[in-house]
Write a protein that binds this ligand. Structure first.
Ligand code: SAH
Ligand code: SF4
Length: 353
């Protein structure tokens, strides 16, 4: 299995870099170089600023960047950028979403996904392979290097391809690196790991993980959820929300995100909105309503705008914090659940060989 290796420079903790480079100042300088180089580096150079050539030479004898190449880059009308990044034997997609003061980078945790949710383009690919910590982080470097300086990439969401809880060791380490001070030093509240509800991983993430958790609930009854996500047969809504209620690290600062994809005529009734409000009573959670984004060969449709508005109003009336997410980059299939296009095209091209 391809896994993390000791020589992946992005996976190394600052402590490990300090010990290999012989000083923390050099380790911080190396981190600054890694995260500050524009465009993102494809290989480690002979020298970098702030590290003596000798220390650096010894360091790079046992260190490397993950192998990567930009396979495609598309810019949407709203400024969202989608990247297809070719890794060793896999292609993954990542997205840069410019905001007002901060940009967000959406990273993939796996090439493809084995969970096969009925509404998700990535699920239709099946699992290609797991990504290493470095392969997750290089996606951040590539996108962050293109963010406008007035709008730096200080948010990361694990909402690209893959189910993070199915590759949890690599994801936990990637989050740790992202929040490590002083570089890159993202705030824990600004790194969000999204799960479709893989309970053992969710529990481990709550206990051990840095960063914020998002649970993709998208249904208010188990029957409804099972029709959307095959693995919902294994883990009930009550068990998932129970785990959030028993969060071992609950505290005044801790909030969870509940993602609820809205499908026309499936989970968007007033009764659903009432049930959702009731299910979330007393939970330190806020809800993101995501109107379904079109996926090829899918019968699902987003609800009409008035229905979305009504659903939102009913949830809010139950005292639950709730917002409707506007899709970003839909014209280039960069929005949630649409990340698969390049792979499908590549598969078609491959089958002609
Ligand atoms: N596997 C994880 C993270 C990747 S999917 C998860 O499922 O949470 C990221 C988000 O995109 C999830 O909230 C998922 O429910 C949502 N999503 C998937 N397909 C979608 C689609 N076609 N339209 C809108 N959201 C979608
Ligand atoms: Fe995988 Fe998430 Fe898509 Fe489900 S919604 S198939 S878990 S990426």
């Amino acid at each position: 299995m391809l896994g993390d290796t000791d020589d992946d420079v992005l996976a190394l903790s600052l402590e490990a870099m300090t010990s290999r480079l012989g000083s923390r100042t050099r380790a911080v300088a190396a981190r600054k170089w890694l995260y500050g180089t524009r465009p993102a580096p494809e290989r480690l150079p002979e020298r970098i600023p702030g590290v003596t050539p000798r220390a650096w030479r010894t360091f790079i004898e046992g260190a490397r960047l993950p192998e990567w190449r930009l396979a495609a880059r598309q810019v949407a009308q709203d400024g969202t950028v989608k990247y297809a990044i070719a890794l060793q034997g896999a292609v993954v997609e990542s997205v840069l979403i410019p905001g007002h003061r901060r940009s967000t980078v959406c990273v993939s945790s796996q090439a493809g996904c084995s969970r096969r949710c009925a509404f998700c383009a990535t699920g239709s690919l099946g699992l290609g392979r797991q990504l290493t910590t470095g392969e997750i982080l290089i996606q951040y470097l590539v996108a962050a290097a293109e963010a406008e300086p007035r709008c730096p990439a200080r948010n990361v969401v694990f909402m690209g391809m893959g189910e993070p809880m199915d590759n949890l060791d690599a994801v936990l380490a990637a989050v740790e690196r992202l929040v490590e001070n002083p570089v890159p030093g993202l705030a824990e509240a600004h790194v969000t790991v999204s799960t479709s509800g893989v309970l053992p991983g969710l529990e481990r993430f709550l206990a051990e993980g840095r960063g914020q958790l998002a649970l993709s609930l998208s249904a208010t009854t188990d029957a409804q959820r099972q029709a959307l996500m095959p693995h919902a047969r294994q883990w009930s809504i009550a068990a998932l929300l129970g785990a959030l209620r028993e969060d071992p690290r609950a505290g005044p600062e801790r909030r969870h995100l509940i993602a609820y994809v809205l499908f026309d005529g499936v989970n968007d009734s007033d009764e659903d909105a009432e049930r959702l409000g009731a299910l979330l009573q007393g939970l330190p959670a806020h809800v993101n309503l995501i109107p379904h984004n079109a996926v090829a060969h899918s019968a699902f449709r987003p609800p009409a705008p008035e229905r979305i508005e009504r659903f939102h109003a009913v949830v809010c009336a139950r005292g639950v914090r709730c917002i409707v997410r506007r899709p970003r980059g839909p014209d280039i299939a960069a929005a949630c659940g649409q990340l698969a296009l390049v792979q499908q095209e590549a598969a078609v091209a491959g089958s002609d060989d």
